[in-house]
Design a protein around this ligand. Structure first.
Ligand code: MSP
Length: 511
């Protein structure tokens, strides 16, 4: 099947559209490796979806209210608003710097968001699942979370966060009433939480005690005020979660809501699973909106085996990291080094070794060898020969096989598997070169082999794009193609320029 089309847009439209959301980041400190990883993971999934012909809508932004941010502003001796106006900027810079392509960057202090969150709260009140009460118990401002007695030991939550005892008047959401509905929903939608281990975790939480949730706070004021309730501000997680509706123009933009909400994919870290997989769907059910279609939770980074934290002094600065390695290199390395869903350890020695083996020796070398050969002999990239040998066809078919398995793998957010399959494909290309020895061939045979190789460089560049968008672009430029990836069928790319002389694509490190 040589003419397989990557794009299903004009075909039978099997690729569903998707709304990919990144978590919105707390602005109490500077961005770190975790923020970079989440942003890249969302971007890779969305780019892949576009590569195979789906339409996407991507959101990211900053979570600017709450006790934690208010405390940090007070420590910086600034008003909270002034503080967040300054602190959100590095997050915006980071998502731009890592080449994340997003449709909207939302800040929860925007008026439009405040209105949506207030509207959402009113809908909750109308749903009759909200009642007045008093919360007395543990609260962690680091996690912006309430903890039960059983989850606290020696003044700390089980995850190590410091907790304090609070007592405040508030409004409650009758979360407990949603236990059975949520259980039923998840029993019927097993693939709505990925990976499966996180699904099991959520089922475990649902089978345990599910107390009602305080959804307003009265002990401080840095939050979205509630008109009818002077002195109350919205609990920061209700405020933050509704960002996923604000970015779609809820409640006024029915078109956007219809188009994207049924296809929503929330990409999150494992620490915020409960908020997304329990609180959020329950509140959505209360206001008669569908729960998110998918929640995809990734693991956490440790640094050389240790938890990354300010007190350990090992927080990785994502800007420095990108400057050091290059944006595409770091995107590749982070996505490869962490098996999606599991925790990963950031270890520079191992990353350097991977950079040298995968990117310099295998991928870079493959592209360099082929393109140098062709550049020396031809003006333009070679079109694939009509008469091919079985060995040629076998290699080309490998890229179709790769694509088919990639589609399945990425449905389950297995980015690391996508990359290991791509590595295998590149290895097969290098084996083909070694076995065919184009330098020993002449005439039509030589041209045929090089035409297969040009085709494989093109296909590999297409597959690289979700992970390494800039390098993919530069490979298209080498080949003389217009890098119009919206038109990605193997044969639709337009030759517009002459072949360019290749320079080594990756620089080895740490030797
Ligand atoms: N503001 C909330 C999210 C609200 S979404 C409606 C929040 N913000 S955060 O800034 O603390 O975290 C943002 C993302 O970074 C989360 O997905 C979190 O899991 C991720 N990470 C934070 N530290 C991390 C690591 N050490 N490793 C990997 N990701 C981690 O939570």
């Amino acid at each position: 099947m040589l003419n397989m089309h990557l794009s299903h847009k004009n075909g039978n439209n099997q690729i569903p559209n998707a709304f990919f959301s990144a978590p919105i980041f707390y602005v109490n400190g500077a961005p770190h490796l975790g923020h970079l990883y989440t942003s890249i993971a969302v971007d890779v999934m969305a780019r892949f979806r576009r590569m195979i012909g789906g339409l996407t809508y991507v959101s990211v932004g900053t979570d600017e209210h709450g006790q934690k941010v208010a405390q940090s502003a007070s420590e910086a001796k600034e008003s909270p608003q002034k503080f967040v106006d300054r602190m959100y900027i590095p997050f915006l810079n980071l998502v731009n710097k890592c080449e994340m392509k997003y449709d909207i960057f939302i800040r929860t202090t925007y008026d439009e968001h405040k209105k949506v969150a207030q509207h959402f709260y009113e809908k909750l009140v109308k749903s009759k699942y909200v009642y007045e009460g008093e919360y007395e118990g543990w609260y962690s401002s680091r996690d912006e979370a309430f903890y039960a007695d059983t989850d606290v030991k020696d003044g700390k939550a089980l995850n190590g966060s410091k907790v304090t005892w609070v007592k405040e008047k508030c409004m409650f959401f009758a979360l407990s009433k949603f236990k059975d509905k949520l259980l039923k929903y998840y029993q019927e939608n097993i693939e709505s939480i990925l990976p499966y281990s996180r699904y099991q975790e959520v089922m475990g939480m649902l089978n345990a005690n599910l107390p009602d949730l305080a959804i307003t706070r009265t002990r401080f004021s840095w939050g979205i005020p509630i008109e009818q309730l002077p002195g109350h501000v919205l609990y920061v997680w209700v405020d933050a979660l509704t960002n996923y509706l604000t970015v779609l123009g809820y409640p006024n933009n029915e078109y956007q809501m219809k188009k994207w909400w049924p296809n929503s994919v929330h990409v999150i870290g494992k620490d915020i699973l409960k908020f997304h997989a329990i609180y959020w769907p329950a509140m959505l059910m209360a206001v008669e909106l569908q729960p998110p279609k998918k929640i995809v939770a990734h693991g956490w980074w440790t640094v050389n085996g240790h938890k990354m934290s300010k007190s350990e002094g090992n927080v990785i600065d994502p800007f420095a990291l990108i400057d050091e390695y290059g944006v595409d290199e770091i995107r590749y390395l982070l996505m490869t080094e962490m098996s999606f869903g599991q925790d990963g350890d950031f270890n520079e020695k191992r990353m350097n070794a991977r950079l040298n083996s995968d990117l310099c020796n295998e991928l870079g070398n493959f592209i360099q060898r082929v393109m140098m050969f062709c550049y020396k002999e031809y003006e333009e990239t070679l079109s694939l020969f009509e008469n091919l040998t079985n060995v040629d066809i076998e290699l080309l078919n490998q890229s179709n096989a790769f694509l088919n398995s990639a589609i399945k793998g990425m449905e389950n957010a297995k980015i690391h598997i996508y990359l290991s399959s791509l590595r295998s494909l590149v290895r097969l290309c290098n084996v083909y070169i070694d076995e065919q020895k184009p330098w020993k061939l002449s005439g039509e045979n030589r041209k045929r082999v090089l035409s297969v190789l040009c085709e494989m460089v093109k296909r590999v560049a297409i597959f690289m794009e979700p992970i390494m968008p800039l390098k993919a672009k530069s490979v298209f430029a080498l080949l003389g193609y217009m890098d119009n990836l919206d038109k990605t069928s193997w044969n639709e790319l337009l030759k517009v320029n002459k072949l360019q002389k290749p320079e080594p694509m990756f620089t080895s490190r740490g030797k």
